[in-house]
Design a binder for this molecule. Structure first.
Ligand code: DC
Length: 232
């Protein structure tokens, strides 16, 4: 499909929310490529805070410690040929933030108001110029309630677990699908029941179920909505 950003349209901001393993990262990357937009993976920021907290020996419920930590962080995204890399205070931490331990810790620190407050302003700063696809849990509900187009991407828990397993299966010691499924259920529960910015679709979000759709079909569906919006 043609690069939509050339279609004479105004720059827009697109949000994609949804639970772990729904395919957000893959389709966000593909959609931003097709539009010539930047892509921001906000889960990486929560993972980055979790990694730094672990390194500094700060517990996930130590609000004073987390607040001090956030004040000292300098996160930066760098788009490389092999994808998006998160740098923390000048160090590429991408390889370290994708472990199952950091996944659980990120879910825990993401429930702390001090962490959400710090990342809220950082994310809004990153979205100032629009022409961006933001992927996360509360992009359409809290961070960018005025976003031009909001998507909510979901899939069955089993499908999401199988996708995660395939992502991990080239690494040694990858957990069994049942274990991944348990982790996903646990994170879904944490992310959707927390009082602050819980995972839920924005009222005006376009909901897409990717259980029986491949990434290409999801992206084409999204592009048809983007095109409609640009033509309005
Ligand atoms: O998308 P992910 O799995 O990389 O996200 C890691 C954790 O961060 C996830 O459990 C919930 C949290 N998160 C959040 O609370 N808000 C966001 N916008 C993005 C992620």
């Amino acid at each position: 499909m043609k690069d939509q950003s050339d279609s004479g349209g105004k720059p827009i901001l697109i949000t994609i929310d949804g639970p772990a393993g729904a395919g957000k990262t893959t389709v966000s990357r593909m959609l931003s490529d097709r539009l010539g937009y930047k892509y921001i993976d906000t889960g990486a920021l929560y993972r980055g805070v979790a990694r730094e907290a672990e390194k500094a020996g700060i517990s996930h419920d130590d609000d004073a410690g987390l607040e001090m930590l956030c004040g000292s962080l300098r996160f930066e995204f760098v788009h490389d040929t092999d994808g998006l890399h998160l740098f923390s205070n000048g160090t590429d931490i991408n390889g370290e933030i994708r472990t199952p331990e950091i996944s659980m810790l990120a879910s825990a620190v993401s429930a702390r108001p001090v962490v959400r407050k710090y990342l809220l302003s950082l994310q809004r700063e990153l979205g100032k110029e629009k022409k961006a696809v933001f992927e996360g849990r509360d992009m359409g509900t809290v961070v960018f309630p005025g976003a031009d187009i909001k998507f909510y991407l979901n899939a069955s828990v089993r499908t999401r677990a199988i996708r995660r397993y395939k992502e991990l299966s080239d690494k040694r010691d990858s957990p069994a699908i049942e274990e991944i499924e348990r982790d996903i259920r646990c994170r879904d529960e944490n992310d959707s029941t927390r009082t602050l910015a819980p995972l839920k679709p924005a009222e005006d979000a376009i909901r897409i179920d990717s259980t029986d759709l491949d990434a290409e079909s999801v992206v084409n569906l999204m592009l048809s909505h983007v095109q409609k919006h640009i033509m309005q």
